[in-house]
Design a protein around this ligand. Sequence first.
Ligand code: ADP
Ligand code: MG
Length: 464
Amino acid sequence: MTLTLGWEEWVALPKLGLPAMKVKVDTGARTSALHAFTIEPFGPKGRQKVRFGVHPVPERPELEVYCSADVIDRRDVTSSNGEVETRYVIETPLRLGGQEWKVQFTLTDREGMAFHMLLGRQALEAFPGEPPQVVPTASYQQGQLGYDAYDRLAKAKPSKRSLRIAVLTREPNSYSTSRLVEAGENREHVVECIDTQRCYMLINAGKPEVHYDGRALPYYDAVIPRIGASITAYGTAVVRQFEAIGSYTVNRSDAIAASRDKLYAHQVLAREGIGMPTTAFASSPKDTKDLIELIGTPPIIVKLLESSQGKGVVLAETKKAAESVVSAFRGLRADFLVQEFIKESGGEDVRCLVVGGRVVAAMKRTAAPGEFRSNLHQGGSAVRERISKAEREAAVAAAKAMGLGLAGVDLLRSESGPKVLEVNSSPGLEGIERSSGKDVSGMVFDMIEKRTASLVRRRRRAAT
Ligand code: ADP
Ligand code: MG
């Protein structure tokens, strides 16, 4: 039976995540065209891809679907005003009237057209079987689809697509960054390392942008922030800018900032009823004595609020020692907290890696002999560890309380159950992957793929 087509039809491009579009069947044209915007090539030579936005419903410009496809050709087209435009050609299955076949489309940016897709002769000739017959006076010979499919898209299972992902890092060659790039590329994504400190921003209501090396950065489907403690303020501002643009961020800027501030983080964990060592904090030097007494009998821990890698953590064996450490920190105008020393943890802590609300790997870190800090940077060693249900629950609750999608939660084992020490928003991957043998980097991408599953991105509007 011959496929009969009217001059206008409903079609789907399932591979691109476009369940319904109206198409103009134009036998006067040779090639087919898909109207796209922000057309961006990406990917390595020889495997070039293109990512583009489509407004599938001409009357609903706020509905944007982001697609990606392999580039099969590129053509330079000279327009009537002499400008040369590179048009990318993609090939993707077209579904029409119960049939599906591969069709080539050129991508062009031509807003304001009544149809956002044109089907030319070449597409009809590619039909496997007798070529479809076009009745130029008829419409919708193959039935109507309707646009409500887009309202259900958010819940639908996504079609696999290549994502463009940025890793914000100052250490492109570190183990963690290299593994993230490798894991992403294994899944056909394009992963680019962006130096956080080299990002500069154009902050305006209508069209927020991030610039880099003289150019506005493209749209990233997802951003993996690896913000070092020394650049928290600027780094979180960069992440916030990507959020304003509409990228999915593995950890949001406010969650990174919250987890970096040890005092605030402790308040949040306490509010959520999560076990932690008793912690006290004061501003005035007049209260030093009383502050130390609140914690109880020494030894006690004195900790810089901005400590990382164990560098700002001191164990004071006596009250006198505690007082002099506190006054030294005060003299340096450094913010600190004092904390109950969990002696029974015996120089060990447990790092739980939480990805998307699940503990995916855990390791036990043991301090070097004579040391109480178990940080790997302080010579600690790591081995794979089985954790208890209570520990698992504490780690998941802590990551959730801080709002982190990817978190390293450090627990001490005490007589009264797990005590959360800190929630790290840029956990190193080397120790945990090597000790557990798990592909934690891959699991980060599982989460990204899930969270970017909806192809529909609704731009944040200014002033609404
Ligand atoms: P940092 O952010 O610098 O890593 P942490 O608070 O994680 O600071 O402390 C570093 C290490 O010191 C911990 O991993 C743990 O081994 C030890 N430590 C910290 N606080 C305590 C405590 N209250 N009781 C016992 N050991 C602690
Ligand atoms: Mg730590």
